[in-house]
Design a protein around this ligand. Sequence first.
Ligand SMILES: Nc1ncnc2c1ncn2[C@@H]1O[C@H](COP(=O)(O)OP(=O)(O)OP(=O)(O)O)[C@@H](O)[C@H]1O
Ligand SMILES: [Mg+2]
Length: 275
Amino acid sequence: MSAAAEALRSASVATAAPLLRLAGVGKTYRRGVAALGGVDLDIAAGGFVTLLGPSGCGKSTLLRIIAGLTEPSAGERRWAGGAAAPRRGEIGFVFQEPTLMPWATVEGNIYLPLRLAGLSRAEAAPRITEAIAAVGLEGFARAYPRELSGGMRMRVSIARALVTRPRLLLLDEPFAALDEITRLKLNEDLLRLWESEGWTVVFVTHSVFESVFLSQRIVVMTPRPGRVAAELSIDLPYPRETALRMTAEYGAWCRTVSERLAAAMAPHASGTAAG
Ligand SMILES: Nc1ncnc2c1ncn2[C@@H]1O[C@H](COP(=O)(O)OP(=O)(O)OP(=O)(O)O)[C@@H](O)[C@H]1O
Ligand SMILES: [Mg+2]
């Protein structure tokens, strides 16, 4: 695809109504570590955007800033309609580690955010059942985390994030620790849920292949302090399924994205080239 066509696609995605706008967002930690160096980013409502970048470039920091778990030290985070911050339950966060409570069952773990929101177990029950079904864990409601495989624990973690029916779902390398086969399966399951539930998704990964398979839009970040090096709109049609991974179009996108990532890693890459 020509650079001009790519730029046009990026522009058309950028004009979709933003749910969230980051303007010049920077983060310097105590002791002076500059994690983010001025990130401008629009998150479109209903979109699937992936942050792709090398280890330590500030992806988790950016995700935590989006979630309101960390405050930026420069710039601002604006929600659509001028709202200061989303209400409780409007954001689901899936951490890299499943972080389940070992003493609670699958349904007990998934109940947690609803309990925090003040729902009784009886009120929560239908939603817990629905979330368990959504991630394909029927029959395991009473199991404990130690009785599950790594992939199943990650499914519980995703169910716990989506049981509140969030508008915005943030996933921080959720599949990085899993074997390739489980990872590919969960990629497809996640896309199906995204298409049926209408979430806005921000996904973090190191994997070019995963980013191309999942995303409408890929934000390539520079090494620390992280900035946006390039934005690409991936025009492969949805639903995306296993067969897509074998196509020339998918391969071509993976190559393009790899090149952008390599360019972003180059010592003199400046942080502003648009896709
Ligand atoms: N709470 C913290 N206090 C101090 N420094 C931090 C903190 N969290 C992150 N950092 C630093 O900020 C930089 C960016 O970290 P961050 O975790 O955001 O990177 P990342 O892109 O998510 O990396 P990875 O891909 O390895 O998960 C790193 O240099 C890290 O040491
Ligand atoms: Mg991280």
